[in-house]
Design a protein around this ligand. Sequence first.
Ligand code: ATP
Ligand code: MG
Length: 284
Amino acid sequence: MKKQAELRMENLSFKYEGAEGFAVKNVDLTIEKGSFTTVLGHNGSGKSTLAKLINGLFLPTQGKVFVDGMDTQDEQHTWDVRARAGVVFQNPDNQIVATVVKDDVAFGLENIGVPHEQMEARIEEALGAVDMLDFIDRAPHMLSGGQKQRVAIAGIMAMKPAALILDEVTSMLDPKGRKEVFDTVRRLNKQRGITVVWITHFMEEAALSDRVLVMHRGEIRMDGTPREVFANGDALRSLRLDVPPMALLAQELVRRGIDIREDILSLDEMEREVVAKWRLNCKM
Ligand SMILES: Nc1ncnc2c1ncn2[C@@H]1O[C@H](COP(=O)(O)OP(=O)(O)OP(=O)(O)O)[C@@H](O)[C@H]1O
Ligand SMILES: [Mg+2]
């Protein structure tokens, strides 16, 4: 059975205690079940605050958040909401609490009161889902950054979530670890229908998602497919973000009057486009 979650924010605002302005402001947003949504935004734009609002770690100052119809402010749903929409953070070392991988994954299960006889199966299933079952008896501190993040994700997967919110989980990793973690999350999305909210600074990760949101000063300023959002280089730059390198190259070539698709996102697409145009020109 596929477990999926719809995440809904209605006129959502949040202000930190003592702060002057809102860290999240007037967000109206529905994140569809089973979708992969990337959230971009420069430093301090409100991404992490939004992540913590989605799973009820923070409660709205104004407005509402619903996880599968459950209001995060409704105390009877607090644990349900956290189990259904789990957040993974940037630094794997801050999230690993035990000295053996399996105990680390067990930790969250103990918190939500899963009976002991069910634990082993849930731990194995969760580690299998992130391809870390071989490491079940290892010491987490001996693992690579990418492996540690996958253990952190397994800790959430063991709770059988319907949504994962990943807050810059690849930003402290090397390229290999980044790819390993990104591919794992994509697989959980595609094969298990887990709803994903992927917060990142990496444009090439955003390019591979269903939908891209851009935050600025707590608000959602852009919302569309990667192609739609990255085609608007000027708007992105005004929000202090860059377009992916190949999108930039395509836009620059078009600006110079070269006949090439303007909505290219990846090296692969650029290569195909150049080869296609080259062949066409050779025939003429
Ligand atoms: N604990 C806090 N107390 C007061 N203000 C905070 C706190 N945490 C964040 N803020 C402020 O709230 C705003 C949004 O911060 P947030 O951490 O959500 O941004 P972000 O987009 O995640 O940034 P980054 O890219 O650096 O992770 C910023 O202005 C920040 O300074
Ligand atoms: Mg952040």
